[in-house]
Design a protein around this ligand. Structure first.
Ligand SMILES: [Zn+2]
Length: 486
């Protein structure tokens, strides 16, 4: 389902304050209670974003570009209108005293022409742009938790991670700008409506075989698959940007979640992709499944990637999109790729080597599978990995590695996490694979993957079916799972 998103007219005030980059306004009679960001899209002489930040009394004087390189200097204006050019050094901007507001221009065009498509710094076609907030949006270097931010975008329709009020004003906190997620300017909009949530989607660029309704339909089906893992969609509103990549026909070429608040997703899709090719796409599902686990801080990529990678295969079985045999085949192939990359190193060495290597993803996925199996085994198949995700979700959208382990033990009803972790982390990567798959009845022969009766094959069938989720058509309830597999 799809409909155009209609943006309310912005208040006249914004039009006035944003009308001219060089001018200086008279000082407001009273300081605003929040930092005010005025963003203006300009087309001439070349596409750019003009950013104006009106300071509040007491605002820290050190600002930062989280991802520096796009802006060399900012203009800072004193109370009396005097203008000072302040250089950006190592991403930092040190403002002199008595600065009333600052302005700078982030040029979009050089990035498109000079460096090709850049998901982070600015890319897309015609008047549609995709970039990360951290590239172009200056922020207070330290974000006091009580510092409010108001932000408005003028001159183009924007899809930012946050939801504006009905006047188009975003009400944020300074810490929301620490990771300000993916941003889209221009393009078209469609919306995916779920029972408890909506996905606001920006489609950037054009597709040969797809209209926007088909793109949104694909994302709707993908979001429904998340409900084979979680009881409800993890966030009430999430934004997704879909960017067409010319000359390619693959569906999900690349995807990424950024941990803005709420998280924001962007997906690169081949311009020549067909609706049929979405049938085998896993990239969008993988990204949405990252929403099913909390943001682990500090980051532990092997755990978050392992969870998403394992669940990506299982969710497609539970929704009926792929057979169990195929899912196990994908896992076994992935484990083999990870093992090739890992050689004889321990899992600890493998995951320390690179955050985003096949070794990290697949050793994490093997651990996630093992965790799911062990929780089911010790609880007589009454509890499972999804219960851990629900337990954590009830306690917030961020968590820690330690809290993840606590949640596992809580759900299992006994200490389990540390011992299982030690079996993987301190020993050669993938050393647990053979015994685990054998117990589950997953064998690889000349005819490919066979699923056969084995000690824990009932647990295998249960995890293929998922936990109890009445809204996911193919799932079985806890009770029936126990009944079927005593
Ligand atoms: Zn991932």
């Amino acid at each position: 389902m799809s409909h155009a998103r209609i943006r309310s007219m912005l208040p006249l005030l914004c039009l006035v304050t944003l009308s001219c980059l060089g001018g200086v306004r008279p000082r407001a009679a009273k300081d605003p209670a929040a930092l005010r960001y005025n963003l203006t899209y300009v087309r001439e002489p070349t596409p750019a974003l003009d950013v104006e930040v009106v300071l509040v009394r007491g605002t820290p004087r050190t600002f930062r570009f989280t991802r520096p390189g796009g802006v060399d200097s900012v203009s800072a204006f004193r109370e009396d209108g005097e203008r000072l050019d302040v250089p950006v050094r190592d991403g930092l901007v040190q403002l002199p005293r008595d600065i009333r507001f600052l302005r700078y221009r982030y040029a979009l065009e050089p990035r498109r022409r000079g460096h090709g498509s850049d998901l982070f710094a600015g890319s897309a076609e015609d008047d549609a742009w995709h970039l990360t907030g951290r590239t172009y949006l200056i922020r207070p270097n330290l974000a006091p938790p009580d510092l409010r931010v108001e932000l408005v975008v003028e001159g183009i329709d924007a899809l930012l991670p946050w939801q504006p009020d009905d006047k188009g004003l975003y009400h944020l906190r300074a810490e929301d700008l620490v990771d300000s997620g993916f941003h889209a300017f221009g393009g078209r909009r469609c919306q995916v409506v779920l029972q408890d949530a909506v996905l606001d989607v920006a489609v950037l660029g054009h597709f040969t075989h797809l209209d926007d309704a088909r793109v949104c339909h694909w994302l709707k089906r993908t979001a429904d698959e998340v409900l084979t893992v979680r009881r409800a969609f993890p966030y009430p509103r999430v934004t997704v940007r879909v960017i067409s990549v010319p000359g390619r026909d693959g569906p999900g070429l690349f995807g990424m979640v950024l941990w803005s608040s709420p998280p924001s997703i962007s997906l690169l899709v081949g311009q020549d992709a067909t609706e049929a090719s979405f049938e085998r796409d896993w990239v969008a599902l993988h990204e949405m499944l990252h929403l099913a686990h909390p943001a682990i801080l500090p980051r532990v990529p092997w755990l978050s990637e392992g969870l998403a990678t394992y669940l990506t295969e299982m969710a497609q079985v539970r929704s009926g999109r792929q057979s169990a045999q195929r899912a196990w085949g994908e896992l076994v192939d992935g484990f083999a790729r990870g093992r090739d990359a890992s050689q004889a190193r321990t899992m600890k060495e493998v995951v320390a080597d690179s955050d985003f290597s096949p070794g990290t993803y697949w050793t994490g996925a093997l651990f996630a599978l093992h965790l799911d199996v062990e929780i089911r085994r010790v609880t007589g198949n009454r509890r499972h990995l999804e219960d851990v995700l629900e337990w954590l979700a009830a306690r917030g959208s961020t968590s820690t590695f330690g809290a993840f382990g606590v949640a596992v033990d809580e759900v299992a009803g006994q200490p389990l996490f540390d011992a299982l972790l030690a079996r993987h982390l301190e020993r050669p990567a993938f050393v647990e694979q053979e015994g685990l798959l054998q117990a589950l009845g997953v064998t690889t022969g000349a005819d490919g993957i066979q699923l056969v009766p084995a000690r824990d094959s009932a647990l295998r069938e249960a995890l293929e079916s998922g936990g109890c989720n009445p809204r996911a058509g193919s799932c079985v309830s806890d009770a029936s799972a126990i009944h079927r597999h005593p």
